[in-house]
Design a binder for this molecule. Structure first.
Ligand code: PQ2
Ligand code: NAD
Length: 237
């Protein structure tokens, strides 16, 4: 194999940032694990329905229902609950019912996660660090979920507190850049300039970037210049 091509390692997962905004996510069960699944789905702006007898809701899930953050079907799961579902997250303490739900999802080709049953999962959850637009997910591919959580915390500790704010500022800069240079033919130049700014500015400097700094920076785009933070601030006068 040519040396410059990555070697295939296999046995990994395809880690993607799945967009579920306004999509119908059905959560089966209302216990502690379901509560965690609900938070993940709501953080991604999904439309969430929980099916679970009222007596089975834990206090967190009951709270989400009472706040109308999720819709609630107060009974055990029935196959018709899958109508219109784009994704199913099952977290119940009944293995027979779980397997039935998995089979029904297979028939309908609905992606499904059955908590605790790796062989009945189209995707696994991972341990997630969130800071504004930043998400870092750790997966051990089924080998050690507790270890995933420990590693996630270690990684999070190494990140500056304001990483999320820096990313937000870069997001604003990218948006403005697209506004002033919308031509698709400018794509390669735009991308190179953005990458160079991200490399030239430290995270702390990116956090401190304000609207005026952004405008000064963007005025350099045409010439292709990559001003430093100090140059931008000293020109602000
Ligand atoms: C990461 C996290 C995400 C989340 O659920 O949000 C997650 N499990 C978490 C916690 C956790 N789960 C378990 C323990 C007890 C300690 C231990 O066993 O280590 C703890 C620790 C705790 O509770 O603190 C028990 C357990 N879990 C699975 C099995 C079945 C099996 O392995 O066969 C068993 C054994 C049951 C038994 O022995 O009877 C299966 C899965 N659990 C996964 C994800 C997927 C693989 C992810 C990966 O490998 O990276 C996968 C395959 C499917 C899925 O559920 O998606 C979340 C941490 C969130 C956080 O704190 O940040
Ligand atoms: N993957 C993980 O991270 C992880 C961690 C711990 C436990 N688990 C597993 O996840 C499952 C759920 O754990 P938990 O602690 O939330 O359990 P729990 O006992 O607190 O909750 C189970 C819930 O399922 C509901 N339920 C049972 N049968 C139902 C049905 N047919 N239709 C709708 N709702 C139904 C119950 O009313 C209850 O709300 C268990 O199998 C547990 O072993 C997974």
């Amino acid at each position: 194999m040519p040396r410059e091509f990555p070697e295939i390692q296999s046995a990994g997962s395809l880690i993607v940032a799945w967009q579920v905004k306004n999509k119908n996510v059905l959560v089966v069960g209302g216990g502690e694990v379901a509560a965690g699944r609900i938070v993940h789905a709501l953080n991604a702006d999904a439309t969430v329905t929980v099916v679970c007898p009222a007596s089975g809701l834990n206090s967190e899930v009951a709270y989400r229902v009472s706040q109308q953050q999720v819709s609630h079907i107060a009974r055990n799961f029935e196959p018709r609950d899958l109508d219109g579902a784009d994704m199913v997250l099952c977290a119940i303490d009944d293995p027979t019912a779980s397997t039935q739900i998995w089979q029904l999802c297979k028939e309908r080709r609905i992606p499904v996660n059955i908590a605790d049953v790796p062989s009945e999962c189209d995707f696994y959850f991972g341990s997630v660090h969130r800071d504004g637009p930043l998400q870092v997910m750790v997966s051990t591919n089924g080998n050690g979920p507790k270890l995933a959580s420990i590693i996630r915390k270690k990684i999070a500790e190494t990140l500056p507190d304001n990483t999320g704010a820096a990313i937000e500022n870069v997001g604003k800069l990218r948006k403005k850049l697209r506004d002033i240079a919308p031509d698709p033919a400018q794509g390669p130049k735009r991308m190179k300039w953005m990458s160079n700014i991200c490399e030239a500015w430290s995270l702390d400097e990116l956090v401190r970037m304000n609207d005026q700094d952004r405008d000064s920076l963007l005025s350099c785009y045409k010439s292709g210049k990559i001003p430093t933070y100090e140059e931008i601030r000293s020109s602000a006068g």
